[in-house]
Design a binder for this molecule. Structure first.
Ligand SMILES: C[S@@+](CC[C@H](N)C(=O)[O-])C[C@H]1O[C@@H](n2cnc3c(N)ncnc32)[C@H](O)[C@@H]1O
Length: 211
């Protein structure tokens, strides 16, 4: 698999990020999307952990934990994870990137959530990473991804200026197709329009491994 950048920008700017985003969600859509994901995981009856990939400062993993989900927060940034661990010491945190190759292979997953973290991956490595996720997910497991999206019909994915690290916006259909090619089925999607707090449309995609 091609190399995945460690994104050192988040180490340098972790404190500023923490101040800029002191709570889990910046919109009701985000909060409800995560709640629906949590409900779907619990209703699946699957045992096993849910990974929050690119968990950042840990607020969303904490929300999932409060909802009864056994969650592990994964992030390549030592500084972001340190803030998460200090605030939420009862949750498990694991330093590593979206390839999840650092996690024990026998740990079968009940779900994966990746909010605004796949945007930082070179689009060329995303299909391989989704395949690696599917290899670890149990039948019936759910995957929720959130990302700034593009409506450029000519380009499935476009790089955009991001304050911390290189980042790419995907067309919702393009990322959904990549998830489907890896072995997942789309359950629903939402697309929120830009507003005062959000420069770009933001998409949530919920997919599931067929039972
Ligand atoms: C915009 S923050 C989102 C944090 C959190 N998911 C949230 O919703 O608040 C992006 C996070 O993705 C992480 N990240 C960057 N590159 C990554 C990679 N290759 N694999 C996994 N996470 C990555 C960053 O360290 C950062 O914590």
């Amino acid at each position: 698999m091609a190399a995945v950048s460690a994104q050192p920008g988040y180490d340098e700017l972790a404190s500023a990020y923490d101040e800029a985003f002191p709570v889990a969600y910046t919109s009701a859509v985000e909060r409800h999307a995560v709640a629906i994901f949590a409900d779907a995981v619990l209703a699946s009856g699957l045992t096993g952990t849910v990974l929050d990939i690119g968990c950042g400062t840990g607020h969303v993993a904490h929300d999932l934990s409060k909802r009864g989900i056994d969650v592990v927060g994964v992030d390549p940034s030592e500084a972001m994870l340190a803030l998460a661990a200090k605030r939420y010491p009862d949750i498990r945190w694991s330093q590593g990137d979206a390839r999840i190759s650092h996690l024990a292979a026998d740990d079968r997953l009940a779900g994966i959530i990746a909010r605004f973290s796949l945007i930082h991956l070179d689009p060329q490595v995303v299909p391989e990473i989704l395949t690696a996720w599917v290899e670890r997910l149990q039948p019936g497991a759910h995957v929720l991804v959130a990302f700034q999206c593009s409506d450029d019909a000519a380009e499935p994915v476009v790089e955009f200026p991001h304050r911390v690290a290189r980042a790419w916006r995907w067309r919702p259909d393009a990322l959904s197709t990549a998830l489907t090619a890896a072995g997942l089925s789309e359950k629903w999607r939402s697309i929120a329009s830009p507003d005062d707090l959000h420069r770009y449309p933001e998409c949530h995609l919920l997919h599931q491994i067929p039972v």
